[in-house]
Design a protein around this ligand. Sequence first.
Ligand code: NAD
Length: 431
Amino acid sequence: MHIAVIGTGYVGLVTGTCFAEFGTSVTCVDVDADKIERLKRGEMPIYEPGLDQLVAKNTQAGRLHFTTDIKAAVEQSLVIFLAVGTPPREDGSADLSYIEGAARDVARHMNGYKVFVTKSTVPVGTGERLRRLVREHQTQFDFGIVSNPEFLREGAAIDDFMRPNRVVIGSRDEAAIAIMRDLYRPLYLIETPVVITSLEAAELTKYAANAFLATKISFINEIANLCDRIGCDVHDVARGIGMDNRIGRYFLHPGPGYGGSCFPKDTTALLSVAKEYGGEARIVEAVVEVNRLQRERMVEKIERLVGEVKGKTIAVLGLSFKPETDDMREAPSVDIVKALLERGARVKAYDPVAAEQARRVLPEVEYAEDEFGAVEGADALVFMTEWNQFRALDMQRVKELMRAPKVADLRNIYEPERMRKLGFDYTGVGR
Ligand SMILES: NC(=O)c1ccc[n+]([C@@H]2O[C@H](COP(=O)([O-])OP(=O)(O)OC[C@H]3O[C@@H](n4cnc5c(N)ncnc54)[C@H](O)[C@@H]3O)[C@@H](O)[C@H]2O)c1
């Protein structure tokens, strides 16, 4: 089977590459000619562990192609994945202009039956909306519409795609469902459940999944803030509740709040969906608000540690919204660092891979070559992202380099007792 993936970003590139790895013939399309040229040269536009080798392997095997020519890609493909961005608009709802633009382009170039698959995260009703849109531009050929939301995590995207917990396929087109089952057949070997639903249920599943995960994060952050007041350790509480299978132990790690390209926009988009259908989503509303406040709490925490930050040098380790990615979209670091800069602090930062992306959103920050360059002369050190390489730093050396041995560990990667023994004035989240 030949498929096309429209939009070669985090999701599109991983989707295309992994399907090629399964043996499918894949053409990845993007409007960004520079991105496509780089991919043809074997250069990755994003940082994702293992992706470069997999792209090289499948390109060499002749199963993976990159192009800006959407017409050729559509003509030779049976299934067309739409994996373009659905960024938030001012009012929090999802901007569908990219996905509609892509669907229109595909419709114009159809030369037979095609299956349109939304891989992008889209509001409930988008599939039916696309059906009408495609009909407007294409009256000659039949087509199917499928929602196949993607649950991969950046940083572990390949494994998540190749070994998913489940595959969700939403459609009312029987032929399209059969083709999708066929496409995902390689996963039958590892007995991946395939959940077949209506279009709308599949669309809502993605928002509900992200909103639920965001809820767990905001929930444990509230408990952590309470622990700070009580003087007990949130990790004890998280362990105590997480061993209950009904709760589960994942996503109970406190921190500066969720960020990234998905949870922030998908939670607010779900609020818009609820409003559009005349309902409400009060829990999700609270989750969004708690997350916003958590970033402010982190700034207050740093201020409590340092005193007035004006004129002080703050070292920040890690800037990406989570480890193993260079993605800076909605990273907590952006709001927290901006708040410190506004209050007159000087910020020196180091991130192993996200510095280039970070420079675009945080140009006032001084970027160091490594951890030790960042902490030199600093009045406080903030652990912002829990990159593995920060977990076992030579803290004795860090202390010697700093002007004052103060640490705000916003990811709780160090043991408070050990840090205090080393002579640090240490604060974590909820400990
Ligand atoms: N990033 C994630 O972890 C993740 C996980 C699951 C789902 N999603 C969803 O997947 C979608 C894509 O996210 P992403 O992070 O990959 O976005 P991205 O911004 O990294 O990539 C989108 C790509 O689409 C291209 N594009 C835009 N319009 C186009 C058009 N008309 N034709 C061809 N290419 C076009 C852009 O140039 C860009 O390269 C979003 O809806 C997102 O919510 C993302």
